[in-house]
Design a protein around this ligand. Structure first.
Ligand code: PSU
Ligand code: MN
Length: 305
């Protein structure tokens, strides 16, 4: 095991015994949700995974050490002291590690650390993608490149329409990332169950998702899979309301000249405020649902090991 990585005892034992493990990210904790809901959500997600008989591994960086399996107090630190915790994507890793800083891991970085630890499945809310206006700004999340590179399957509710969903799917296709949707023919759009855009295949059982991951990696192919899991219908947002909030947040972002790594956290916070916090509940519920599905897929996959 590499000297930069610390795997908790529980996670290490599960991996050694070939028991199922699900990785979780920490940017959603430090920069995706406000305190204290962020900490509550992170701890509840771990409980949901355990209820499935699967071990959760929340990933983050503490004093420059990459960690798979943050403790409860480390999760609380990530959520409470978010301003001291840098958002870390692939390019930031050498800086934060050598300076021994704290870091919240994005989808890209969580995939990198999950792979180092030997974890194949990862649940989150939404991934990064191609930003609207990317033909000018070139703002395309490193998450997409990571999905092409790193052997981890990501279970999410797709991407928000703060992004250009169509362009995101094109980039994923170009890079050979398998994009699947659970119980639906189209990719979900985070707050909404249907983006209107088709995925590579609809899949209806965790066993079939596990079989596809096993086939991909069994062939020795590099890279991950992206699984879209629509938010449970009772928590779906109203389309008109969420679209209006997203449009306004995008206008404000342009007016305030916000770009780069600040873009996603800014938009998430503004959309929450513009919906009087109601979008946050949708966000929380979809993460719970993704955690449960990821645990089921990890369990199905472990039967191959
Ligand atoms: N999308 C969400 N919530 C989030 C993120 C994305 O709906 O919290 C976070 C994830 O950690 C993702 C990151 O990896 O934002 C993408 O940031 P960027 O666009 O700067 O690559
Ligand atoms: Mn970006």
């Amino acid at each position: 095991m590499n000297s930069y990585l610390r795997v908790s005892d529980e996670v290490e034992e599960a991996i050694r015994l070939k028991k199922p493990v699900v990785a979780l990210e920490s940017t959603i904790i430090s920069h995706g949700m406000p305190y204290p809901q962020n900490v509550e959500t992170a701890l509840t997600v771990e409980r949901i995974i355990r209820e499935q008989g699967v071990v959760p591994a929340t990933v983050g960086i503490i004093s420059g050490t990459l960690i798979a399996g943050l403790s409860q107090s480390e999760i609380e630190h990530m959520g409470k002291n978010a301003s001291q915790v840098r958002k870390v994507s692939r390019r930031d890793l050498p800086v934060v590690v050598s300076r021994k800083q704290d870091g919240a891991t994005t989808v890209a970085t969580t995939m990198i650390i999950a792979k180092m630890a030997g974890i194949r499945f990862f649940a989150t809310g939404g991934i990064g993608g191609v930003h609207r206006g990317a033909s000018q700004s070139f703002d395309i999340s490193a998450d997409l490149m990571e999905l092409a590179e790193t052997e981890v399957a990501v279970i999410s509710s797709g991407i928000k329409s703060i992004l250009d969903i169509k362009a995101t799917l094109e980039v994923l296709e170009t890079q050979g990332v398998t994009v699947l949707s659970y119980g639906c023919d189209r990719l979900p759009a985070f707050y909404l169950r249907d983006s209107g855009l088709a995925v590579d295949a609809r899949v209806d059982t965790p066993e079939e998702l596990a079989a596809m991951a096993y086939a991909k990696w069994g062939m020795g192919m590099k890279g991950g899979l992206l699984i879209g899991n629509p938010v449970p219908p009772e928590y779906e947002e109203q389309k008109g309301r969420i679209d209006a909030a997203i449009s306004l947040a995008l206008e404000e972002m342009e007016a305030d000249h916000i770009s780069g790594k600040e873009a996603t956290p800014f938009l998430l916070k503004r959309i929450k405020d513009l919906t009087n916090g109601e979008s946050l509940n949708t966000n929380i519920q979809l993460v719970y649902s993704n955690a449960k599905l990821a645990a089921q897929v990890a369990k199905a996959y472990s039967r191959y090991l």
